[in-house]
Design a protein around this ligand. Sequence first.
Ligand SMILES: *Cc1c(COP(=O)(O)O)cnc(C)c1O
Length: 338
Amino acid sequence: MTAPLRLRLDSAALVSNWRHLAKLSGAAACGAAIKANGYGLGSRDVARRLAEAGCRDFFVATWAEAAALADLGLSVSVLHGLRAEDPLDAPYARPVLSTAEQVRRWKPTGRPCDVMVDTGMNRLGVSAEEIGAGLLDGLVIETLLSHLVSADEDVPLNARQLAAFGALKGRTAAKRMSLANSAGIALGADYAFDLTRPGIALYGGWQRPGHDAIRQVATPEAQVLQRRTVRAGDSVGYNATWIAPADTEVAILNLGYADGYLRCFSGKGLASAEGITLPLIGRVSMDLTAIDVTALPGIGEGDWVAMSYALPETAALSGLSQYELLTGLGPRYERIWR
Ligand SMILES: *Cc1c(COP(=O)(O)O)cnc(C)c1O
């Protein structure tokens, strides 16, 4: 059985993006956020390629995501920390502890951990006050982390978080400190500390000047199930939102919102084949999408088209975030690396 859809993945672009971010990170080590199955691309495939390029620090969200990488022998940190249900003795990852309760549970293991400190996000993390009161005393801390709220914007909060995090230097037993995500790396050398944690820019996300050299990694491809001539005045798809202004050649693709190609692409998305751009027409359905192929007489049943999916442009077009564009891609794609 072959997969109905393809996700073309560019190894060279992934590695080149990591190298670029590593260079921007200066003397700091450059890790990789590979949570949510490597932002939808496949965490094992991403991790293997980046490890080969020299990446040594990987971040996932859950212990299940870490377990899926266990045999790769990587250094993996679990950002969701340590729930009561999570293992205290898993050899393949360490928690990023973020509450006093988690610290209390982990401390007796004597094993290394990471710690998240909150500097303004108000999501996960212990407070600077708790640290001051000795909460982390006796822990073996590999990395002290904090996370930037608005690194993709030029706002005063960036400098405030930088100062709050910087003030913790030497105040814990942590061997390393880590603040910057993809956008944070491009904020400047001050933000790099000892270790950076890019995610989206590895996968082709562009958020700030400094990301200019970032290359597209993932391109969805769909197959033509049927080609038809739609007569002027006839409609295509649910609710007849598109009416043919003239006789139009239409190809129906096997791609839809169940594949993360959401309804916001209706009437806006673009595909291409043989270098010719083919606009979407009508509504995106659950498993089907129509494109105008009048400009490409040769295309027909069984042929493949590439969907336009450069992240910054596609986010602007669709209203989805660059993150949603990748993590929403479903299980129907065969992920094909070159
Ligand atoms: C997801 C995540 C990152 C990576 O963020 P990007 O914006 O994708 O670069 C870094 N650190 C933490 C704590 C995260 O949750």
